[in-house]
Design a protein around this ligand. Structure first.
Ligand SMILES: C[S@@+](CC[C@H](N)C(=O)[O-])C[C@H]1O[C@@H](n2cnc3c(N)ncnc32)[C@H](O)[C@@H]1O
Length: 275
């Protein structure tokens, strides 16, 4: 395990993100057929595995790398009487393999975050393909993601100090601190998860300034597509992220070339945004 995002406190928080759970529930109902083999990558409380079993899956592999969380999933699955259908596998999903000759009909994976920066979604899909867990005809939920960036004037003043740090919009107070939205939302990536080949990511965007002011931040946001339906930001899955950049005065009509580069799943260690 190499992600600080994996802990017992996070997984029950996920349950309270009703928009997130309902979006997955609808997509699972639409995609999982009676008799299917389903892999739930990053099972947490087991909620997605339970939804897949309820939808008629013959067998669900609920993969979870955190041993304490895996124990919780086992208890939850047993308490709901789905232990004959759902098998909890305590391993990193990037190392997970199915028995010889078996492939997943549906892969459900909620190891999502904005821009795939911190969570292992991208690397896990690549490895599940390499390990023949999924094939070209496996339904992947979500199937597609789009990444956006927006120029901002942001209020980084906290308690009288200037503290320009990376901020995730987990708290209600984050987005109201946007002083000016200075560009439209630019789509900088449109990723079909069946076709994802590499964790290395880079993109160039030319942002057109729509409002004069001091440009000091970039908002990153992500839309997630499940069975064709788009899911905008929810409280615990794809919250926007504000990235500080060196402040500069810009005026309406200016073009700001911007490049972003990182390795998906490595967090902000290698993350570079150059404006
Ligand atoms: C955002 S939570 C989602 C939990 C649950 N699927 C749900 O929808 O409520 C992501 C879960 O994936 C697990 N996880 C993250 N990376 C993993 C990996 N590489 N292999 C296995 N589990 C992983 C975390 O420990 C966490 O329980």
């Amino acid at each position: 395990m190499d992600s600080a995002l994996s802990n017992l406190l996070l997984i029950d928080e996920c349950l309270f993100d009703e928009k997130r759970v309902q979006t997955f529930a609808r997509a699972i109902k639409k995609s999982v057929k009676v008799g299917d083999i389903v892999v739930d990558a990053g099972t947490g409380t087991g909620i997605i595995a339970l939804l897949a079993a309820k939808a008629g899956a013959k067998k669900v592999y609920a993969v979870e790398w955190d041993p304490e969380i895996a124990r919780v999933a086992v208890q939850n699955i047993r308490a709901n009487n789905f232990h004959n259908t759902i098998e909890v596998v305590n391993t990193d999903v990037r190392e997970f393999r199915l028995p010889a000759g078996v492939h997943a009909d549906v892969l459900v994976m909620e190891m999502l975050d904005t821009g795939f920066i911190a969570e292992q979604q991208a690397g896990a899909i690549i490895d599940l393909k390499k390990n023949s867990v999924i094939r070209a005809n496996t339904i992947i939920l979500p199937e597609r993601v789009t990444f956006f960036m927006t120029a901002l004037q942001y209020n980084f003043d906290f308690y009288g100090f200037n503290l320009p740090s990376i901020i995730q919009a987990r708290n209600d107070g984050v987005l109201p601190r946007i002083k000016k939205v200075m560009s439209k939302d630019y789509c900088y990536a449109d990723i079909d998860l069946q076709k994802l080949m590499s964790r290395q990511f880079s993109a160039n965007v030319r942002l057109k300034v729509t409002q004069s002011g001091i440009l000091n931040g970039i908002k990153l946001s992500t839309d997630i597509y499940l069975s064709g339906k788009v899911c905008h930001a929810t409280t615990d899955m794809n919250m926007p992220i504000i990235i500080p950049i060196p402040p500069r005065q810009v005026k309406r009509g200016d073009i700001i070339p911007l490049s972003v580069e990182y390795v998906m799943g490595k967090g902000f260690r290698d993350f570079k945004i150059v404006a």
